[in-house]
Write a protein that binds this ligand. Structure first.
Ligand code: DX5
Ligand code: ZN
Length: 218
C-alpha cells in the first residue's frame, strides 16, 4: 500500500486559506485533513461548514474530514454534500457506531473511526471489517502542535494485527504530533496515512517539508 501524507488545514493561515490550499494542491501531499471541533466533545472550536465549503471549492485532492463533535449522525448528509470524501467519527462520541458507519457509507463517503489515546484497539474488533480508515489519535484531540504520545506505536502494531487477522482493507491513520522524528517508525509499525499540521505549516517551506516527509516514508 502507498503511504500517504495528509496536511492538517487546522494549522494553515486562515487569512491566506486559498494560498495554503493551492500549496497543498501543488505539493506531494495526498489528502486534505480537515478538523471539525464543536467545543463540546473537545475543549476547542475550530471551524464549520462555510469554511469547509470554501476549502472544498479549491481542494483538488481527497478531503478527509475528522469530526470531533458530539452527535455526528445529524451532520452526515451535510458533510457529504459539502464534498467530504472520507468522514471520520470518534468512537467515544458514538453510542450506535455500527449504525453511524453504515449511514456514512450509504452517502458514498468512506467511513473512518478515530480513537482517543486512552481507548484500546480491542473496541474495534466487531466493526473493523466495515471500516475504510481507523484514525489513531497520537495526542488528545482538540489542538494542533501537541507532543506525540509514545504509546501510539503499540496501538499501531495491535491495529495492524487486527486488520491482517480479519482481512480488513482498512487504512491506519495517525493524527497528532507527527514530524520527521516519528514518521518512519510509524510506517514501520504499520501506519498508512500520516496527518501533519504544525510540522508542515509551521515550517519555512511547507512544500519542501511535505516532499521530504513523503520521501522518508516511500
Ligand atoms: C488534533 C487534530 C489534528 C491536528 C494535528 O485534535 O485532530 O489533526 O490538526 O496537528 P499537529 O500535527 O500540529 O499535531
Ligand atoms: Zn485531526
Amino acid at each position: 500500500m502507498n503511504n500517504l501524507i495528509a496536511p492538517s488545514v487546522l494549522a494553515a493561515d486562515f487569512a491566506n486559506l486559498q494560498r495554503d490550499i493551492e500549496m497543498v494542491n501543488n505539493s506531494e501531499a495526498d489528502w486534505f485533513h480537515i478538523d471539525i471541533m464543536d467545543g463540546v466533545f473537545v475543549p476547542n472550536i475550530s471551524f464549520g461548514m462555510p469554511v469547509l465549503k470554501a476549502i472544498a471549492k479549491h481542494a483538488k485532492k481527497t478531503i478527509d474530514v475528522h469530526l470531533m463533535i458530539v452527535n455526528p449522525d445529524q451532520y452526515i448528509e451535510t458533510f457529504a454534500a459539502l464534498g467530504a470524501n472520507i468522514l471520520t467519527v470518534h468512537y467515544e462520541a458514538c453510542t450506535h457506531l455500527h449504525r453511524t458507519v453504515q449511514a456514512i457509507k450509504a452517502t458514498g463517503m468512506q467511513a473512518g473511526v478515530a480513537l482517543n489515546p486512552h481507548t484500546p484497539i480491542a473496541v474495534l474488533e466487531d466493526i473493523i471489517t466495515d471500516l475504510d480508515l481507523v484514525c489513531i489519535m497520537s495526542v488528545n484531540p482538540g489542538f494542533g502542535g501537541q507532543s506525540f504520545i509514545e504509546n501510539t506505536y503499540k496501538k499501531v502494531s495491535q491495529l495492524k494485527q487486527l486488520i491482517e487477522f480479519t482481512n480488513s482493507t482498512c487504512k491506519i491513520e495517525i493524527d497528532g504530533g507527527v514530524t520527521d522524528k516519528n514518521a518512519n517508525a510509524l510506517i514501520e509499525a504499520g501506519a498508512n496515512v500520516l496527518v501533519a499540521g504544525s510540522y508542515v505549516f509551521g515550517s519555512e517551506n511547507p512544500t519542501e517539508t511535505i516532499a521530504n516527509l513523503k520521501n522518508s516514508i516511500a
